[in-house]
Write a protein of this length. Structure first.
Length: 277
């Protein structure tokens, strides 16, 4: 993990634990009622991100709620679904770990806590969580610390759980080994009041050498630990099968300052909970 910036732990969660998360999400989606004015499409490309997410208070205030973000092109101009709603959702975020009993239990499970201790985390807190459907969207190369910035750097850790086999065909993660040692060149920050979008990007993502990326296929139940500054991406899901994943981010709070410019902020309703409770 310290050398490459990521670590693959196969069979970290059981098939039963994965299935419990998937069935819980099916229930959440079945009960999903999204007001048309809240129907924001999730995108990872910078301009679309600013348009779809940045102009929407719905995204900016989702840190302490369970909210729905949709694939591109699944809604008409009136905000009605063009395809079945269970196939329209791109991700659900960002507080499943706090408000849903199944995801809370997984996030704070004894084996996750033990892993945190093995990594030397003293005061880890959970800052966000997401359920990712990966129907077809590609995710461009990025570093998580672009969106979750701390002083000093190196205090963010992602836990990425494969709820189905993740293959090169259905959009597994790709990494540049060792790229977590070069700092970050881009940040997404809250825009000044009165700006046309709620967030803006400062700096730019460099052009990465595609040949440096290596794929990380992983079986159902596997866990990938992701350093906050390691460069990673996923390609289009070109298969007929989905690639569901649950992911959450932890910050080592000991001696760390969470940036007040981050889009995500703790709230009185939901201060960042300790991983060890």
């Amino acid at each position: 993990f310290h050398k490459d910036g990521f670590l693959v732990l196969e069979q970290f969660f059981s098939a039963e634990e994965c299935d419990s998360m998937r069935s819980q999400i099916q229930k959440i989606v079945a009960e999903m009622e999204v007001p048309p004015h809240c129907r924001t499409q999730f995108s990872t490309r910078e301009e679309e991100q600013l348009q779809a997410q940045g102009s929407s208070d719905y995204f900016l205030t989702s840190g302490d709620k369970i909210r729905f973000f949709f694939e591109k092109g699944v809604l008409d101009e009136k905000g009605n679904f063009l395809i079945p709603k269970e196939k329209s959702v791109s991700k659900i975020g960002h507080a499943l770990h706090a408000y849903d009993p199944v995801f809370k239990q997984i996030t704070h499970s004894p084996k996750v806590q033990e892993l945190g201790r093995k990594l030397g985390l003293e005061r880890p807190v959970v800052v966000q969580s997401m359920y990712i459907f990966k129907s077809f969207l590609a995710v461009t190369p990025h570093q998580d610390a672009t969106f979750l910035h701390t002083e000093p750097l190196g205090r963010i850790l992602g836990f990425w759980i494969a709820l189905e086999d993740a293959t090169q065909e259905n959009g597994c993660l790709w990494f540049i080994p060792g790229s977590h040692t070069n700092g970050i060149t881009r940040r997404m920050v809250r825009a000044a009041s009165g700006a046309s979008t709620c967030v803006e990007f400062v700096g730019s993502e460099p052009a990465y050498d595609e040949k440096q990326f290596i794929p990380l296929p992983i079986s159902k139940g596997g866990l990938i630990l992701i350093h906050g500054e390691v460069v990673h991406k996923s390609e289009l899901n070109s298969s007929e099968s989905s690639r569901h994943a649950f992911t959450f981010h932890v910050m080592e709070a000991q001696g760390t300052t969470w940036s007040k410019e981050n889009w995500l902020q703790p709230t009185p309703e939901l201060p960042f909970p300790s991983l060890y409770t």
